[in-house]
Ligand binder design. Structure first.
Ligand code: FUB
Length: 337
């Protein structure tokens, strides 16, 4: 058989054998966590963990097989757990074709966030509005009365620069802040107060000063009067070789900075990107992040979580990555490119 015909034949057989395919499941789909990655029935990335009503929800983007860069990511799922053991996939909560102002070709539903204010759930997602995607990012807002679905796109944040990776932090006084960053030359991170309607900036976007080596994916939280921002760096390097983003953190006494760089909290996970969130759940702190353990590929990612520990002075200890890496012929943070 000629090589090209043979290759076509093999590519035809792979899906029949179930290799590389995402399983067909009925929603809600439940399973018991036995170790990282959390989700094994599909590819998941960019986890934002939130606690609503004693339940932990993880909002994330979904990598689609076969991987095509990060462009064919056209839907979001949400997962929930009451105890970090029993998990439910509530299914698709938003698709690119439900975004009225969105890019007609779809795709590019990248790292989201979701917060609750006055009983309403506000879901923020980056999505381009034009075919020329990299200069047309907007930040969509979808609203629901519940955290596990029912989201309806209401519009987008007006006046935001075309970056990616929205994050919303609500301070103890109820004031919400909106952060974005990444995608463009210079990879800036910028933030602004949100008006009480959670949909409009209250003032001008200001650069987040003091961050070192910022790449994308800002996530802000507060503990004991200290504001923390975690973010992936602009590619980690080991002995001069590129091997993937590290997760860094910075602290401030003000939600809009200036920030002071404090160090690395997560080594590269074995793939190019890193993205995460920090949450306190039932008295313990966790870092949610993604790696390529299920697929061995950087564009077919899987969400994970591990304990996050603080020192007495508020510094964060580097997170130890755990997981069943036998699931793939791949060892995050060890088998680096
Ligand atoms: O998942 C698409 C993009 O990759 C995210 O928006 C970035 O943070 C990186 O994880």
């Amino acid at each position: 058989m000629k090589p090209r015909i043979f290759l076509t034949f093999i590519l035809f057989l792979l899906p029949l054998a179930g290799i590389g395919q995402q399983k067909v499941v009925r929603y809600p789909f439940k399973w018991t966590y036995t170790g990282n990655p959390i989700v094994n029935h599909m590819y998941t990335a960019d986890p934002t963990a939130r606690v609503f009503n004693d339940t932990l929800y993880v909002y994330c983007s979904t990598d689609q097989y076969p991987a095509r860069g990060c462009d064919f990511m056209d839907k979001y799922h949400v997962f929930s757990t009451p105890d970090l053991k029993t998990w439910t996939d509530h299914g698709e909560i938003l698709r690119a074709d439900q975004v009225p102002w969105g890019r007609k070709e779809g795709g590019f539903m990248w790292a989201p966030d979701c917060v609750c204010k006055d009983g309403k759930y506000y879901y923020y997602f980056p999505h381009p509005s034009e075919t020329e995607w990299n200069n047309s990012w907007k930040f969509g807002i979808a609203v629901s009365d519940r955290p596990d679905g029912g989201f309806k796109v209401m519009g987008y944040i007006p006046g935001a620069p075309p970056l990616i990776d929205p994050n919303v932090f609500i301070d103890d006084d109820g004031q919400a802040y909106f952060y974005i960053g990444g995608a463009q030359a210079g990879h800036p991170c910028t933030g602004v107060k949100l008006k009480p309607n959670m949909m409009e900036p209250d003032g001008e976007f200001v650069p987040m000063e003091g961050l070192e080596n910022f790449h994308e994916g800002p996530f802000v939280f507060k503990r004991k009067e200290i504001y923390y921002m975690i973010y992936p760096d602009h590619h980690g390097h080991s002995e001069g070789k590129l091997y993937g983003n590290q997760m860094l953190y910075a602290t401030s006494d003000n939600p809009l900075g200036p920030w002071k760089y404090r160090g690395v909290i997560l080594d590269p996970t074995g793939i190019e990107t890193s993205h995460g969130s920090v949450v306190e759940f039932k008295g313990k702190w966790y870092l949610f992040y993604h790696n390529g353990a299920l697929s061995g590929e950087g564009n077919l990612r899987s969400i994970c979580f591990d304990r996050l520990y603080f020192k007495g002075n508020g510094e964060i200890k580097k997170v130890v990555q755990t997981g069943d890496f036998d699931k793939a012929d791949f060892m995050p943070a060890v088998k680096r490119k």
